[in-house]
Design a protein around this ligand. Sequence first.
Ligand SMILES: [Zn+2]
Length: 178
Amino acid sequence: MSVECIQPWLAHRPRRGATVVDTVVLHATCNDDLTEKITELKDRGLSYHYMIDRFGVPHKCVPYSAVAFHAGNSYGPHEAARGTSKDQDSHHNFVEMTSVNEYSLGICVVNCNDPSDPCTSEQEDSCIWLLKELKVSLPSLKYLTAHYWVSPGRASDPANLDVVRIAAKTGLEIWKPA
Ligand SMILES: [Zn+2]
């Protein structure tokens, strides 16, 4: 499978030196158009490492050596391991202002995120292929999670991806809140 590269890269910053990147967060665009979503991401200074279009073609948007701005306020395996407070405010933001972005990759499928719009088998196959490729480049990858698990109450994507099945097919471990 070939990967398209979006140039220039979307918004990103360097990772801190000692960061172990061990987590992948899956997302959906919550719209049906890749180009439109990219314009929105540029306007808002947000990004994913990869976006998978309707035909299953992966588009690389940020190098995995850099932090992409995909999950925002969130709580994942590193916060859980440190015993960081899980308290959320009335807007479902974690009061400790934690984010998984530092130690994760973000992969996003083009999908409306409603029940009338199932993801295509090409998208799921592409996601599995990409994760297997990434595991070769980044052997530290261990956890697969979803935006709705790391930002509960605030994010509902990717509602139409079978994250558990994708984890089983890639040898990644599902991370979700206890
Ligand atoms: Zn998301």
